[in-house]
Design a protein around this ligand. Structure first.
Ligand SMILES: Nc1ncnc2c1ncn2[C@@H]1O[C@H](COP(=O)(O)OP(=O)(O)O)[C@@H](O)[C@H]1O
Ligand SMILES: [Mg+2]
Length: 274
């Protein structure tokens, strides 16, 4: 068992690893532009991290630091340009059909906003049925897990509150009994009063259902509540990684300290959770 910067204790065998992962985009956005604009922009470079079973890992960093790109690569929505991503020892990209099916079932994403992830023309019942497939969690049990009343099934997304929609988004992610859920800013589109409910829900799923979590956020109080380990990103690179208590209360990097200072009352809120 190897210890790595993002898993200093090397506690358990990782189920998910990113090794030297990079993602670059061409600077030119059209074939015409490509004639005079060469080269590429590195959104993510040399990222190493791993997630053990039952782990809760946070990725923090300012806007544009590459957090969502990492999240999208982790769930297979974006292909890395360099490096390797492995789920249970199998590399994404080189998977057989069966391995790929295991990955698609085992790793799920919760998006910041449900406006892109939920089809506005489909009832919640239809959206959930699609996510459940033929062998997922029964719909009633799923509603119970995310604490939604049954009447939402006949509703369309626009007829629900933001908090209810995000619960549907979480239900969809849980529908096939995943081992790992990647949540990209799961509360930042919600009213402050609703945010705590969604955090509690994710916390329950992590603790009682044993789902491993990767939570991307710039809300460090959320991170402090939900996660055990933190990875700090800046300009596409990991600048600091370690246990929550160390990174948030005794940051080694000035950048991390500045991130913490940029959140009004952030540290006070965190200490209150202590
Ligand atoms: N599809 C894309 N094409 C070109 N550039 C992109 C694309 N997606 C993201 N980027 C750029 O990559 C950088 C990292 O973006 P992102 O991963 O969304 O950061 P974060 O989630 O930390 O705000 C940003 O500068 C962004 O503009
Ligand atoms: Mg983002």
């Amino acid at each position: 068992m190897s210890a790595s910067p993002s898993n200093p204790a090397g506690a358990t065998t990782p189920i998910f690893t990113l090794s030297n992962v990079g993602k670059s985009y061409p600077l030119a956005r059209s074939p015409l532009e490509r004639l005079f604009r060469r080269g590429s922009f590195h959104a993510v470079s040399g990222v190493n991290l791993d997630v053990a079973k039952g782990d809760a890992l946070a990725i923090v960093g300012e806007s544009g630091s590459g957090k969502s790109t990492v999240a999208r690569m982790m769930v297979g929505l974006t292909q890395p340009t360099t490096g390797a991503i492995c789920f249970k020892g199998d590399a994404l990209g080189g998977m057989t059909r069966a391995q790929n099916a295991t990955f698609r079932q085992g790793v799920q994403m919760v998006f910041q906003s449900t406006s892109n992830s939920l089809n506005p023309r489909k009832t919640i019942a239809t959206s959930l049925a699609e996510a459940i497939g033929f062998d997922g969690v029964p719909v009633r049990q799923l509603l119970e897990m995310v604490r939604l009343p049954e009447f939402v099934l006949t509703r369309y997304p626009h007829q629900l509150s933001g908090g209810q929609r995000q619960r549907v988004g979480i239900a969809r992610a849980l529908a096939r009994r995943p081992e790992l859920v990647v949540a990209d800013e799961p509360t930042s589109a919600l009213d402050v009063s609703i945010q705590a409910e969604i955090i509690r829900l994710l916390q329950d799923l992590h603790r009682s259902a044993g789902v491993s979590l990767v939570v991307i956020s710039h809300d460090l109080a959320l991170v402090g509540e939900l996660c055990r380990r933190v990875v700090v990103m800046r300009e596409g690179r990991v600048v600091e990684a370690g246990a929550v208590e160390q990174v948030l209360f005794e940051p080694r990097e000035r950048y991390t300290a500045e991130l913490l200072a940029a959140i009004p009352k952030g540290i006070e809120r965190l200490r209150a959770f202590g």
